[in-house]
Design a protein around this ligand. Structure first.
Ligand SMILES: Nc1ncnc2c1ncn2[C@@H]1O[C@H](COP(=O)(O)OP(=O)(O)OP(=O)(O)O)[C@@H](O)[C@H]1O
Ligand SMILES: [Mg+2]
Length: 593
């Protein structure tokens, strides 16, 4: 059930590290970069571990009475420092490169998958949420691959090797180390977890604030028309304050954590120093050794401290990777069979609905189309009329195979749509949907969407045929005028004419028009209609219209109600009969006159 899918979507990410496997399949492609990243990471970590000893040796030499020359040691120190700088920079380069590259690949792969999915998928999963996976989840993955993993690996190395080193070089000092590290870890892990939880909910709250603002600002004319500005401002304010309240709790815990870390860390260091100074004065330790030990202890302790933080980041990334893996493995319900039948090169446009019954996946109890039979001959113009919600648009959706019927079949030229490759047979269809879709692009590119290889003249002719030329030429930049998101810079009728031009340019043998001229004034409709009449010649056409004047000339009119055919015939035949069509015709033509 779609419902359960929706519920699953909202469950928190599982955070299983197993999900990182998918991630690995993207990373392992770049073996060379990975090798370099690991190589430089190793060098950088080694230099960090060696550095305290190098410093310590120099201190010992400088403070020794035997007049030893420090040059050799200084050269060694310089080499270590240079190696550390170079290796760290190179590690940063390769690791970040990997992060960016891998995320770019994941984004592409996810998008390529999403764009092939059936509408059913987007009804069960909110598109907004899916888009946020493409952006937010991939960004999280990017920080992981591009930094956290390497920081984690570096810190593990330093923590483990450093501890062993400490044990070996100064076992007696380790008691203090053992006293300092566990409370530090405890503070960081437990309180840190709390901070992260709070900061996540505070992020959600901020997202809420954003969503609210987005919703009300994009519906600004409704807000102002109903004079709800004060109400919206108050509601928004409440959300902002909620976010602040949560942030306050987070800041308090965080401040306490900061106190704890600094207090424990520096009293630990002070203890180490105190103990070190004593050892130095009794002669069991040189000054350099003491410096070496203290500095290494700080390094090791801070490496331990950052491990837990990075680990939880890794877990969050695993959750993100899991959600992305889910998208990558999403299967479209609309697929081609293993051996698809190809439609002939030139399609006649013979369409059959045979015994088709169809329920929308989200409305299983009502049949949108019910035992539907219809044969449309090549070149015929068939009009579908009927009340709102009768199932007219649904028939076109089935013909485009956005959904498969539960029983019966839809065929074009005798071939069941389920036996063909969807991207192949759809090339033979030109579709003007009920809700016009305009992309945030220029007029020319919006029309060219019908056939990308069309040249400028083709685009112009299509626009002319759709009676769009007149408003295009008076636009500031003619065909290069940018239309804005969702075509908000055009009137409804202008948008529709662009959509018609797009379908005209498609030049396909089967034409599907769903209320294509509903938003046009009588004069423009007449113009577009004559262009469409011209276009329909020699093509199989399915026209849906509420305005019966638009469909009067159709070869055949099919009257649909509740997913079934209730009458069919020409306009005159249907008017002669008593029934739904006569009623509709009577209402429209007598009221209109
Ligand atoms: N995506 C969908 N999911 C679930 N039900 C849907 C979906 N689209 C349409 N329906 C339902 O299917 C039925 C037929 O809808 P359809 O869009 O085919 O009607 P229509 O005849 O085109 O109506 P109108 O003239 O208003 O465009 C309606 O009851 C509608 O609520
Ligand atoms: Mg409709």
């Amino acid at each position: 059930m779609a419902d359960s899918t929706i519920r699953e979507e909202h469950q928190p990410p599982k955070g299983k590290l197993a999900n990182l496997k998918t991630l690995w399949s993207f990373i392992s492609v770049y073996k060379l970069q990975l090798f370099f990243a690991c190589f430089f990471l190793l060098i950088a970590a080694t230099t960090v571990l060696v550095l305290p000893t190098a410093f310590g040796d120099i201190i010992d030499i400088a403070s020794s009475d035997e007049g030893l020359k420090p040059e050799g040691y200084l050269t060694f120190l310089a080499i270590v420092v240079i190696a550390m700088a170079v290796a760290t920079a190179m590690r940063f380069y390769f690791v970040t490169w990997l992060g960016e590259r891998v995320v770019a690949d994941i984004r592409k792969a996810v998008y390529e998958r999403l764009i092939t999915l059936s509408p059913e998928y987007f009804e069960a999963n909110r598109p907004g949420e899916i888009v946020s996976r493409l952006t937010a989840d991939t960004t999280l993955v990017q920080t992981i691959v591009g930094s956290s993993v390497s920081v984690w690996a570096r810190n593990i190395l330093i923590a483990i090797v450093g501890s062993v080193w400490l044990f070996v070089t100064s076992p007696s000092q380790m008691t203090y180390f053992v006293i300092v590290v566990p409370p530090l870890l405890f503070a960081i892990i437990y309180i840190g977890r709390r901070v992260r939880k709070l900061s996540r909910s505070s992020q959600d709250k901020v997202a809420d604030v954003g969503a609210r603002a987005n919703e009300s600002l994009s519906a600004l004319n409704i807000v102002q028309a109903f004079t709800q500005e004060a109400f919206e401002a108050k509601r928004f304010g409440t959300h902002v304050d909620d976010a602040f309240q949560l942030a306050k709790r987070r800041i308090r815990v965080r401040a306490f954590l900061t106190f704890l870390i600094i207090f424990i860390l520096f009293s630990g260091i002070a203890m180490l120093l105190f103990n070190g100074v004593q050892s130095v004065s009794t002669g069991t330790m040189s000054k350099g050794e003491m410096f070496d030990f203290v500095m290494r202890s700080i390094l090791v302790a801070s490496s331990f401290a950052s491990l837990s933080e990075v680990y939880s980041e890794l877990q969050r990334a695993a959750g993100s990777a899991g959600r992305l893996a889910e998208l990558l493995s999403a299967e479209s319900t609309i697929k081609a069979p293993a051996k698809p039948h190809a439609l002939p090169q030139t399609v006649d446009g013979d369409i059959r609905f045979e015994n088709v019954t169809f329920h929308y996946p989200t409305k299983k109890n009502i049949a949108a189309i019910d035992g539907f039979n219809l044969h449309i001959k090549p070149g015929e113009t068939v009009a579908l009329v009927g009340p709102s919600g009768a199932g007219k648009s649904t028939l076109l959706q089935l013909l485009l195979r956005f959904y498969d019927p539960q029983t019966g079949k839809v065929t074009i030229d005798g071939i069941d749509l389920r036996d063909t490759e969807p991207t192949e047979f759809r090339k033979h269809l030109a579709f003007v949907p009920q809700e016009t879709i305009i992309f945030a692009d220029t007029i020319a590119e919006n029309i060219r969407y019908g056939r990308l290889e069309a040249n400028d003249d083709d685009v112009r002719n299509a626009a002319k045929a759709a009676a769009a030329e007149e408003f295009i030429t008076v636009s500031d930049e003619g065909y290069d005028t940018f239309l804005g998101e969702r075509g908000t810079r055009l009137s409804g009728g202008q948008r529709q004419r662009i959509a018609i031009a797009r379908a005209i340019l498609r030049d396909a043998p089967i034409l599907l028009l769903d209320e294509a001229t509903s938003a046009l004034d009588a004069e423009s409709e007449l113009k577009v209609q004559s262009a469409l009449d011209h276009l329909m010649e020699g093509r199989t056409t399915l026209v849906i219209a509420h305005r019966l004047a638009t469909v009067k000339k159709a070869d055949r009119i099919i009257v649909i109600d509740e997913g079934k055919i209730v009458a069919e015939g020409t306009h005159d035949e249907l008017v002669a009969k008593d029934g739904l069509y006569k009623r509709l015709a009577h209402l429209q033509f007598s009221v209109g006159q």
